[in-house]
Design a protein around this ligand. Sequence first.
Ligand code: THU
Length: 135
Amino acid sequence: MDEYGYLIRCAIDMLAFSYAPYSHFKVGAALLAKNGKVYGGCNIENVAFSPTNCAERTAFFRAISEGVREFDAIAVVGGKDGVLTEYSPPCGVCRQVMQEFCNPSEFKIILAVSEKDYKVYTLSELLPLSFDVEL
Ligand code: THU
């Protein structure tokens, strides 16, 4: 297994917990903290639609709510009924949440369809010219 195989496996395992009765599009994420811990996340849908939480944000919010704020990478997988056929890139809202806590030129986003088939991007590649100002 190569560098990201374990993290991708964790993301795939999270598909089992996805709650997606409306879209049937299951997403799993695994967030690697700098302390070595991995925080899993899945999408959690809602009949009112807008309360739906993406897998990536579920993983981030789990970590942050435990006091962990430094991260190296996140693996993301997703597909209709949990069948992985293509990459499932994070939505804009999730990218902005990543921007809040991660160094954009260093934080890695691993899009995978299997442990062996994946692509690695930095956050700055996926969220160029981001809103990140002094308030
Ligand atoms: N979804 C995620 O979990 N992550 C993303 O970055 C994009 C979309 C979920 C939300 C919804 O449950 C389903 O995918 C279809 O949009």
